[in-house]
Design a binder for this molecule. Sequence first.
Ligand SMILES: [Zn+2]
Length: 117
Amino acid sequence: MHEEAIITSLRKRRNELSRTLGLRDVKVERQADEVDAIERANELDLTVSHMNRESETIRLIDLALQRLENNEYGICDECEQQISPARLKAVPWAQYCIRCQEEEDRRSTTRGMQEAA
Ligand SMILES: [Zn+2]
């Protein structure tokens, strides 16, 4: 894929995500008027975790755009190996190669469990 095309598709995705995030903000406010507090809290939890994931993706997209500028796009942040084209096609803002990503996921799952305990 040409870099221009990657930049265009990353920017497009970023716009979509920030638009969704903006819409969600309004929705959260409206939910505050509803009666069932527990349900509201659950919905809010879900919304917040969606928002976290969306903000995280936006952050990764910004990083990817930065790396495109620096000619470092497609290089794993952890082991500095080339990220496979198939992975970049599926996740154009991938920060790590599949091996390091799995390692990272394992670490954050462990972190999450420790926080819950
Ligand atoms: Zn790696």
